[in-house]
Each structure stands twice: as C-alpha cells, then as structure tokens.
Write a protein of this length. Structure first.
Length: 250
C-alpha cells in the first residue's frame, strides 16, 4: 500500500495518570481497506488508546495524524468533522428517538448550520439523505421508524455504527462492538464490518478472540500499556510471548 493509504497514525503515544503509565509509547497505523484489532486484558490501555486517537483525552506525549494532518491538539468534534467516527463500549443512542432520527442527528452534527436557525432541520435534504444511506448500509433500513430503545442489543450496536457512518467518516474506531452479542448477532456484525472494510480504515478493540482472528488484517497486543506484538493474525497466534501473556500458553 502507498503512504496515502494510511488514514490514521499514532506515533509514540503515551498517557500518564500521575505515576501510572496507562499507554506507553504506542505506535500504530490504520490503513484504508483493513481492520486493525487491538487486544489485551482489562487494564491493558486499550480504551485509553482509543480515547486518545479520537481526541477525547490528550496524550502526555506523542502525536496523532489523521489523513496526513497533525491533529494531536484537535478536539474530538473537530476530528469527527474531519473524517473520524467512533463507537463506545456502552450504547450512546437516543432511546426515545427513532432509528432515522438518531442517524439524522448524527449527520446534522457533522455540518451544523446555526445561522439557519429558522429552517426546519427535518427538511435538510443533506442530513436526511445521509441518515437514510447510513441506516441502510448498517442493515437497519426496515427499522427506520422504530424507537431506538425498542431495538435488540445487536441492533442498537448496528445503530451506533450507522450514526458513525452518517458523519461520512473515513476512519472508524469501534470499542467492543460485539460485547454482549449472541452468535447470530455476532455473525451479522462481522458481516457488516467486512463490508465496511472497503473504503474505511477500522480500529477494532474487542475481547471476542474468535471474531478478532476471523476479521482482523493486523492485530496489536497490549500488556500494561505497552505493545508486545503487532503483526498478522497468524504471527500473533504463534507468538510465544503473546500466548504466555494473553492467549494462554496451551
């Protein structure tokens, strides 16, 4: 791949909380057309890393580049408008709103128009079209009018991704999108991620190892805030250090 295929890059990212080093000089690259998984036990620094990449918290040291620009000092909303979308471990939807309204609000947030305060937001053709397209791509086109709070757990996770897609991102940071899913819901989500791989760079933080090794093109393994391996799934699976530290030496 050419250098232009690298959509998000972290260089020597470090985050300290007092004397605790939560993320220790982590570097990674997210490339268009690939799924890069980050795995590790609880407390390994995965969520802190994704929060730094998204702009939710600032690094103590290091640099974040998005689409070739240094965005280390950018706020989370500014990074989102520049092409970065993320989901969280917990659902962050509006349960009393419909699926369509959740997606429309996300699309509208990308291009706010405070000077057009007199215009009915529901008549904004751009955000309406983006919302419908995002919901359709996430497999929710038949549920547009359903209240988000009435969706199944798996459908709520699909909605979160649809809300990301409504902002027209090039990079997706997904924090445990498979958490709490049954087998059928997991298969549906993996199919969606495989489809989204085209045209996007995806960072996947996930505990479901079977799913990770099925979908990921590259895996970074973190222990105590540091990277102990970053390679193809086959190489990571065979690494004695990874097996001893995380996968289990058996």
């Amino acid at each position: 791949m050419s250098p232009s295929d690298v959509l998000l890059r972290g260089r020597e990212i470090t985050r300290r909380w007092g004397g605790l080093v939560a993320v220790d000089r982590v570097s990674l690259e997210l490339r268009r057309g690939s799924v890069h998984a980050v795995i590790g036990t609880n407390g390994a620094g995965k969520s802190t890393l994704i929060n730094i990449l998204s702009g939710e918290i600032a690094p103590s040291a290091g640099q974040v580049e998005l689409l070739g620009q240094d965005v280390t000092a950018w706020t989370q909303p500014r990074r989102a408008r520049a092409g970065l979308g993320r989901s969280y471990q917990r659902n962050t939807i509006y349960p009393t709103f419909s699926v369509f309204e959740n997606c429309r609000l996300a699309a509208q947030a990308r291009t706010p128009k405070p000077w057009q305060w007199w215009q009915d937001a529901q008549r904004c053709e751009a955000s309406t079209s983006a919302a419908r397209a995002a919901a359709t791509r996430a497999g929710l086109d038949t549920l547009l009018d359903r209240s988000a709070g009435l969706l199944s757990h798996g459908e709520k996770r699909q909605l979160e991704i649809a809300m990301c897609l409504a902002t027209a991102p090039q990079v997706l940071l997904l924090d445990e999108p498979l958490a709490g899913m049954g087998a059928e819901e997991t298969e549906r989500m993996l199919a969606l991620l495989a489809e989204l791989r085209t045209g996007h760079a995806i960072l996947l933080v996930e505990h479901d190892m079977d799913a990770v090794f099925r979908i990921a093109d590259r895996i970074t393994v973190m222990v105590n805030g540091a990277v102990i391996a970053s390679d193809t799934p086959g190489a990571v699976r065979c690494s004695p250090e990874v097996r001893a530290a995380y996968l289990g030496d058996h």
